[in-house]
Design a protein around this ligand. Structure first.
Ligand SMILES: Cc1ncc(COP(=O)(O)O)c(C=O)c1O
Length: 419
């Protein structure tokens, strides 16, 4: 049989009929961070993770342009050989300090930042992963040789059971233990129970890695993410630069000796080209703004709270999220994709999450607004959801008498500015 045969049924008609034509839609040239033209239709973009609205910020754009003028468009090689700039090192020092760690490595993507963990996962080691972790954490484990045990999403009781079994004599755990979790989960928008995870880690001699892609810039008094939110420092932190830092790239931060080891052992860093000068410069500029302008964090959290509660007041279910990742439950694959299309026609671009990203029956439209969205855009998103939700029967014909409001994950203390 021809190995390419499996691709043949995926015709343009098949994509249309199965609703998959909603993916890979190209944006026209008028993208300003909050609205875009998609094939001639002007829509509010409610699907971007540019949480602080920095990708359209002139200081960030100018930094990227200046880096291209100075260093060119590509470094033409791996960081290990010809691709290291002092600019990379400056960003690494900045991110390490920001995340409260000794050292960091910057990678071309957040996906690769998680693959950096693979050299830690040798024979005899064991990994304990939350079921809802990002796929790049899963892939880091797949590429390693450690045995993996998955615990039910956020279920510390289950994790403890698995750790106790691993501690028993005669198990496969002859090496170390690593607990992997997202800080803010990328589909459900809930925050990991970091204090609980670190307590269990302490009790069982495990280390903890937090993927802070969605909490960096959003949670904590200075925006340093889930660790800072809880006043804790996980052993290693990974993150994507494509969200609050308005760039493309990734970072892993931790103790200096661990980071040095990973630099020399992780294939995800050694055998790939260096992050481009423009991306590094954009992330550096964003990091400076993020630290100096906490009002952006206030804005994105305020908008998120109003979005959650506006949707809930209409009768929508936004699950356990307490963050700007707002998952609107629209169960049923066909219905979820239909609602997506009606919203698009009504001028709102959300992100449809269907199986295999979520369990069948738990389909969601993920809605994210950034600090750059206006109050008017928020109201228009809510009006579109109200209209489409009623037409599709996702919400009742009239608003429910009461709803449980969401209290967004704001910092416990005052917001801090770090210059
Ligand atoms: C939690 C999480 N980790 C890692 C990544 C990967 O980041 P990148 O898109 O930069 O490869 C993402 C992005 O989708 C993410 O949501």
């Amino acid at each position: 049989m021809d190995i390419l045969q499996k691709c043949r049924p995926w015709t343009a008609e098949h994509l249309l009929v199965t609703g998959r034509d909603c993916y890979f839609r190209a944006v026209g040239d008028t993208f300003d961070g909050t609205e875009a033209d998609f094939q001639g239709r002007r829509v509010i973009v409610a699907a971007s993770h540019d949480y602080l609205g920095l990708s359209a910020e002139p200081r960030v754009r100018e930094a990227a342009v200046a880096a291209v003028r100075r260093f060119g468009t590509s470094l033409g090689g791996s960081r290990a050989v010809s691709g290291s700039l002092e600019l990379h090192e400056e960003l690494e020092r900045g991110l390490a300090a920001f995340l409260g760690h000794e050292a960091a490595v910057v990678l071309p993507s957040g996906y690769q930042a998680n693959l950096m963990l693979t050299p830690l996962l040798g024979d005899g080691d064991m990994v304990f992963s939350d079921f809802s972790n990002h796929v790049s954490l899963e892939d880091a484990v797949r590429l390693g040789r450690a045995k993996e045990r998955k615990f039910l999403h956020g279920d510390l009781g289950h994790l403890e059971e698995l750790l106790v079994v691993a501690d028993g004599s005669g198990t496969e755990n002859t090496g170390g233990k690593l607990i992997l979790t997202d800080g803010v989960f990328s589909v459900d928008g809930d925050v990991c129970d970091l204090p609980g995870l670190m307590k269990l880690a302490d009790a069982h001699g495990a280390r903890v890695v937090v993927d802070s892609s969605h909490d960096l810039g959003v949670l904590g008094p200075t925006g340093a993410g889930a660790g800072e939110h809880f006043g804790l420092r996980p052993d290693l932190v990974t993150g994507a630069l494509s969200k609050s830092l308005a760039s493309v790239g990734g970072v892993i931060a931790g103790p200096a000796d661990v980071i040095r080891y990973l630099r020399f052992h992780a294939r995800a860093a050694l055998f790939t080209a260096a992050a481009s000068p423009a991306n590094v410069a954009a992330a550096l500029a964003s990091l400076r703004i993020l630290r100096a302008e906490p009002e952006r964090r206030v804005r994105v959290l305020d908008l998120a709270e109003r979005l959650h509660n506006g949707l809930r007041a209409l009768g929508f279910d936004t699950g356990a999220s307490v963050t700007p990742v707002v998952p609107v439950l629209v169960s049923g694959r066909e219905r979820c994709l239909r609602v997506w299309r009606r919203l698009f026609d009504a001028g709102v671009f959300a992100a449809p999450m269907v199986h295999p990203v979520v369990r069948a029956g738990r389909e969601v439209l993920r809605v994210t607004l950034t600090a750059a969205h206006t109050d008017d855009q928020l109201e228009r998103v809510l009006a579109a959801f109200e209209h489409v939700g009623r037409v599709e029967g996702v919400i009742p014909g009239s608003a429910p008498a009461a709803h449980t409001p969401v209290r967004i994950a704001r910092p416990r203390g005052p917001l801090a500015t770090a210059r």
